[in-house]
Design a protein around this ligand. Structure first.
Ligand code: DOR
Length: 429
């Protein structure tokens, strides 16, 4: 099986490639990245004018299976990933039951093998039942193939438990993904605490609720030598803490989401529960700090925190609504439209943030177009203009605050192990 992608702008930061090249795929692997390839007996796709990248990795996705299949399952979530340009996703363990033991982790792997259309990398829980009191069977989770541990959706409130988790994780060189939120400060909060929470009459979540936990976990990373990765980082204070920690040589990384980069707390004015998410959409000064941090190396990756919910849990009063945004099918377009096309982020940096950045944070061997590696490839058409239409999402979660917005720059082909799984937003396997 041979496939040739002809004449696209290949951006492969790991191999320092940024220029017009052909990409040859043979038997599911990258065979060559060179100008003017002309192999025999080969299916050829003209990709001139398009951007050819290593397959995008989303290290923060909720696939909801097992237990919440009415929100999403592995089949629908991985199709959403493929349509959105992702070739690999990490799935979070806040399922029912929680992925805190070898049996549930094995179930997720098996389901992914059977019905997933992109690579699924499971994340195990830090604590049993994500209860924050007793550590999960971390060695078993590693044996079952988990690439990281996290209690995402909830913070680990007890510093002693987090410290023990880090001590364990270090033995396996396993990254610990931290949901930074001090529940005593964020309790009952609906949106970012600031001018708009006052005007809209909704209880606020102060930025310092995130900063405090980021500071704690950075200090614990320093004292244990383990790797802490901060999930959905959203505040100016946490940005500064990570920046300083990196300067000091502490093993820390972080991700930001497209929604925190693109939308501010003002948008809550409609009381549309699709704008409700934890951490909440922040004010302009936080957004400016996140955007700056994308460019100066403080932020390692962009991750969606894809959090699909059924209609009923969003179609209600704001304070009753479940938090979360269905993000897989809009992420690339949001970054292309709101940042790249406005000159706030260059294409090469964007590709790093979706490929080598998450691969390094997860310590996995992905995110490049090096010959011999599996042919996981994301192709972007920078000129396509489309409106976000949740009605055509593959995700069961239609909850997006981007609905109806017109965006320029969309993924147009997703290739997993040499197989084209999506084209122009449509899954084709
Ligand atoms: O808004 C959110 N939704 N934030 C989280 O951390 C968890 C997620 C979910 O699982 O729905």
């Amino acid at each position: 099986m041979k496939l040739l992608l002809k004449g696209g702008r290949v951006v492969d930061p790991a191999n320092k490639i940024d220029g017009v090249n052909d990409v040859l795929i043979i038997d599911g692997k990258i065979a060559a990245v060179e100008p003017e390839l002309a192999p025999q007996d080969c299916e050829t796709v003209d990709v001139s004018g398009k951007i050819i990248c290593p397959g995008f990795i989303d290290m923060h996705v909720h696939l909801r299976e097992p237990g919440f299949e009415y929100k999403e399952d592995i089949a629908s979530g991985t199709r959403a990933a493929a349509a959105g340009g992702f070739t690999a996703v990490c799935c979070m363990p806040n399922t029912k039951p929680v992925v805190d033991n070898i049996a549930v982790a094995g179930f997720v792997k098996e389901r992914a093998r059977k019905c997933g259309v992109v690579n699924v990398l499971p994340v195990g829980a830090i604590s049993k039942g994500q209860g924050g009191k007793e550590l999960a069977e971390i060695a078993d989770l590693v044996a079952a193939g988990c690439v990281a541990i996290s209690d995402d959706g909830k913070p680990v409130m007890r510093a002693d438990i987090m410290r023990n988790a880090l001590e364990y994780a270090r033995m396996f060189a396993l990254p610990v993904l931290s949901h930074c939120e001090d529940l005593n400060l964020s309790q009952d909060g609906q949106m970012h605490e600031g001018y708009y929470s006052t005007i809209y009459g909704l209880k606020g979540i102060p930025a310092v609720a995130e900063d405090i936990m980021a500071a704690r976990d950075i200090l614990l990373a320093k004292s244990t030598g383990a790797h802490v990765h901060i999930c959905h980082l959203s505040t100016k204070g946490a940005v500064e803490l990570v920046r300083r920690a990196k300067d000091e040589g502490i093993s820390v990384s972080c991700e930001v989401t497209p929604h925190h980069l693109a939308l501010s707390d003002k948008i809550v004015e409609t009381y549309d529960a699709d704008t409700k998410v934890y951490p909440p959409l922040r004010s302009e000064e936080h957004i400016a700090a996140l955007r700056e941090a994308l460019n100066d190396g403080t932020v390692n990756c962009i991750a969606t925190d894809h959090a699909p919910h059924e209609k009923e849990s969003k179609d209600c009063e704001y304070h009753l609504a479940s938090p979360g945004i269905s993000g897989l099918e809009t992420a690339v377009a949001v970054i292309m439209d709101k940042l790249v096309s406005k000159g706030l982020l260059d294409v090469k940096k964007m590709v790093e943030l979706f490929t080598t950045g998450p691969a390094a944070a997860l310590r996995i061997d992905r995110g490049t177009l090096t010959p011999g590696k599996p042919a996981d490839i994301t192709v972007i058409d920078p000129d396509v203009v489309k409106k976000v239409d949740p009605a055509v999402f593959y995700s069961k979660g239609r909850n997006t605050p981007f609905k109806g917005m017109e965006m320029k720059g969309w993924p147009c082909m997703t290739i997993v192990s040499g197989k084209v799984v999506a084209r122009d937003g449509k899954v084709i396997i």
